[in-house]
Design a protein around this ligand. Sequence first.
Ligand code: ZN
Length: 673
Amino acid sequence: MFLRILIALLFMFFIGVQKAFCADLYIEDAIIDNSDKVILIRGTGNYKSDKTYTYTPNPESNSTKLINNITSFTMSNPYRFVLDIPNAALAGSSRNYKVTNSKTIQSVQLAQFSANPDIARVVVTLKSADLFTKFKVYSDGANIVLKYSDPVVDNSIQYKFYTTSGDMDKNATLQNTSAVVTYNNTGEELDLKPRLQTKYYLSQISQNSDGLILRGLGAVSYQRAVYNDDNTSAYLILDNADVAAKLENKSYNIPSSDRDIKATLTITKPTDKKVKLTLNGENLKDYRFVVSPDGQCLFISHRGYIINTIFSTNSAKIDSYSVSRTQTGYKIFDFVFNQSVTYDVFELGDNFYFDINNLGDYNEQAFEKFLKDSELNIQVIKISSDKTRFVIPASGLNFSYANVESNAKSIKLCFREKPAIQKPQTDPNEIIIVDNSSKNKPKENIKNVKDDEKVESTEILYIPKTDDKDKKEEKPQKPKRKKDTTISSMKKVVIDPGHGGADSGAIGGGVYYEKTINLEIAKLVEERLAKKDVYVYMTRTKDETLSLEDRVVYSNELNPDIFVSLHANSTVNSDIIGLEVHYYREESLELARSVHEYFASDKNLKKWQTNDRGIIKSRFYVINHTESPAILIEVGFLSNSSERAKLLTKDRQNEIADSIVKGILEYLKVNDK
Ligand code: ZN
């Protein structure tokens, strides 16, 4: 079958780079971490060294032997240092990586210096000679790691690496990959996990006689297609996905053996992490979007072809299924399979269809009983030896959201029941009073503060709370919330209780741990948000150790609407009290403002006798590296005994949670009723 052929092709593409060399190390790639501390020469092979060598690339120094007989020397104008790696072969052709974000490094070049003997050459061009006083070099057998600034080495540190874009040889590697490396406290590498920057990277498009094959890396997931009224235009959003530049804004004919059937596909990127597939043609509801068994390909074709094609002979079993119901009338149906499934979802007439193209036998009686018990009015039909169809009547259910988990092994369907007929109620949003007076526009005084030892950033902006007595009139009208629209998807929020486990965070009065207060408040926030139309995900729900990177990876995988980290403050000066809302990226400022407005409201400040320390721009790891709008809230100072005593009360914790939730809901434009 074509899918299997193209998977074989993809597989060959991966192993192709390791072809007939006879070296100890095959160098595939140079990747540079986004904290500007490490260069990783990534490869495969046996290049283990037990030593770590610290090297000072002094302009006057002669060539030096590093680990594994790697020689290094410097060159000037521009200032470079060179590593000659013996018994090493470069996969692909010579290439130059321009490093765009580094303060120190201008570029990294990879070349095969000689072939017999095999010597690969790495040339690192520096922005200036004195920026780079020393680096550590070591190897774990497959990778050579150069650490060029002194990262704080405690316990285990993770760095996220990105292949840099720029003048990269297009044959060299995919630009969308990165790797996470974990070190132990002696600086040895513990683990290296290559990963995509997005869940899916669309890299190629090809045609067969009956459709269009979109190929990529990762796992494709899509929300169901949205059609216009006369069925001549439709679009499909791929979540958390990226597309190769060569495919962007291009149109492709969707082939069909029936010459009368014509449609085109156009690929665009409406936002950073979304890929939009737009179809134009006729009778577009006749087209299907089939995800391949490995989750890496999406096949777009006419239904006549799909129904007659066997996509996979490897039949999957249902491992588990469950249904849960949220308090706001959503039903979430979870399938978990023992292996990846090929599936497609579509709408026809009054029904919503979910076809699995390689589902083997399962206990039909138990399954039907489960559907009955869960009041899911779903019909299951075996439509051919390999295809099972789930028919979900759309009348009565208003399908709102479909998401497919990362490896297509689990599929989550979310429905919303149409509310019972309501008598028309007055929607306060329908009456919009336009206030033309602009005298109360909040003004922002941005100033630098440098006295906050907690902030690990060089640029700190402080936005003090504005004197806004007329806040009520000032509050912008909430945009009208569409009710019962077919594509209203639920909002997703990641809540991150700071610290945990071995990391207690700030300690107040010797015994009160920040990690505990963070978690308690986080749970209150979770509880409140769950009652609204919001999915809440917690980075931790118990006292466990989590790295900052774990939190970021967790959030980025989920691709939520927002990320909110909760912390309590501490400082050596026990007089200091007050509340802070931190953000880093500009896109997070609106969220920070929205939460700050409630969290540090005059009423709360007065009631709890605390200060507003404002909205602060800080480069904290979790709010800098998460991809969604992200804020970090400091709920008060544990180092002040009176503030600490308040923070330990349920009253104060409830009030903090209430105010944060109000700000979140306002930002998400979710009705807070
Ligand atoms: Zn903290």
